[in-house]
Design a protein around this ligand. Structure first.
Ligand code: CS2
Ligand code: MG
Length: 402
């Protein structure tokens, strides 16, 4: 089966998405998500200028060989732009192979290990009461797991708290908007959120929280310790994960489970954290960590060390990524949870899909392939708009992790 053409589709139904479409001489095509929030055109160029010309004429069935060609053959390996491009090719080729077999993708990945994929919703609010009211709504809709993010006293804004309760999109300006951050009031108020949550929501719901890379290791250790009474499912991105040694310090102080990895793009980023069991959930994704092929390697390593998956699933990962991730989630033995930030109706219309929500779990559906398509005519109605992720500064103006 020869690859006859491939092209990049950039569309912006409320936010930018980059999609790779690979077509073959047997009339089958595959789709891969190549969206990298705030750097979409970099990945589009990497694909168009450096990858697609090398794909034409290749056998679309040789997924691993093409993965190795694009990874080892790049010389300048790894990095979010390169690996988002590799991920998109890999995902599209798995989509084609499953369509060729006439099977839903998970059947090619060893079949289902579970009946559905537990997902978590995103309750947020300026105040604790507002956040818990949102959380109750998720409970009422049958969610089994909910992430809680609330405003920080004295700060005008903070990560994860949005005016629009249905969708959270942080890339809100052509150039980065600047926010002010202060750790002390956050550190004092976060435990109050979870004390109130357990009081009001009970103990049967899994509660999650994202510190979003903002703490120092010892601050993260203190927060983990302060949250222990509320038995979180996980504390995410407690500290920037470039330095895995930081997690040795956190681990010495707290048993709150730790999740890391949405910004990882290679198994090497996660290796020490997994092998030393410094984390409990690996957040790497189909779109940024090498596609189905790359993510399966990471999950297999994690399984050896009792680390579970917890794939990133924010609005800036397209429905194609979500669809492919659900087939991976259904089939992987050490599944933990899948993040599920629902997309807007406009996005869902551009990317019709088979996955469905039922009783706290998503199901990828039985359509051949990953079950997600793209309406190219509709996509063309949403031209690209440059958007950047925010920047954080401390109150004295010092640049800080966003
Ligand atoms: C967040 C994301 O979903 C999460 O856990 O960390 O919203 C993240 O901020 C965005 O994906 C960045 O583009
Ligand atoms: Mg996160």
């Amino acid at each position: 089966m020869k690859i006859t053409s491939a092209r990049v589709i950039v569309t912006s139904p409320g936010r930018n998405f980059v999609t790779l479409k690979i077509e073959t001489d047997q009339g089958l095509y595959g789709l891969g998500d190549a969206t990298l929030n705030g750097r979409e055109l970099s990945v589009a160029s990497y694909l168009t200028d450096h990858v697609i010309p090398t794909l034409i004429g290749r056998d679309a069935q040789r997924i691993e060989d093409i993965w190795q060609y694009l990874y080892k053959g790049a010389y300048w390996r790894r990095g979010p732009v390169t690996m988002s491009a590799v991920s998109a090719v890999d995902t599209a080729l798995w989509d084609i192979k499953a369509k060729q077999a006439g099977l839903p993708l998970y059947q090619l990945l060893g079949g289902a290990c579970r009946d559905g994929v537990m997902v978590y919703g995103h309750a947020n609010g300026e105040t604790i009461d507002e956040t818990l009211a949102e959380a109750q709504g998720y409970l009422d809709r049958g969610y089994l797991a909910i992430r809680l993010q609330t405003g920080v006293p004295g700060l005008k804004s903070t990560y994860g708290v949005s005016g629009d309760k249905m969708f959270y999109e942080p890339a809100d300006g052509a150039n980065p908007t600047e926010h002010v951050w202060a750790t002390a009031p956050y550190q004092r108020s976060a435990p109050d959120l979870f004390a109130a949550a357990r009081q009001n929501l009970g103990w049967d719901v899994h509660l999650l929280h994202d510190a979003h890379h903002r703490l120092t290791p010892i601050e993260a250790a203190r927060l983990g310790k302060d949250l222990e009474p509320y038995r979180l499912f996980w504390l995410e991105d407690a500290t920037p994960a470039e330095n895995p040694e930081a997690f040795r310090l956190i681990r010495r102080h707290t048993t709150t489970p730790l999740a890391v990895g949405e910004v990882f793009n290679s198994i090497h980023d996660a290796r020490t954290l997994i092998q030393e069991q410094l984390i409990d959930y690996i957040r790497s994704t189909v779109v940024h960590a090498g596609g189905i092929t790359g993510l399966r390697r990471i999950a297999s390593l994690a399984d050896l060390y009792g680390v579970k998956t917890g794939c990133h699933g924010a609005t800036d990962l397209s429905p194609i990524c979500m669809g492919a991730a659900l087939h991976f989630d259904l089939s992987v033995p050490n599944f933990g949870v899948q993040e599920y930030m629902r997309h807007s109706e406009a996005t869902d219309a551009v990317f019709p899909h088979a996955y469905r929500f039922d009783a706290g779990r998503l199901h990828p559906g039985e359509a051949p392939g990953h079950g997600v398509d793209i309406d190219e005519d509709l996509a063309a109605q949403y031209p690209y708009e440059r958007r950047s992720l925010p920047v954080n500064r401390l109150e004295d103006g010092t640049i800080h992790d966003w």
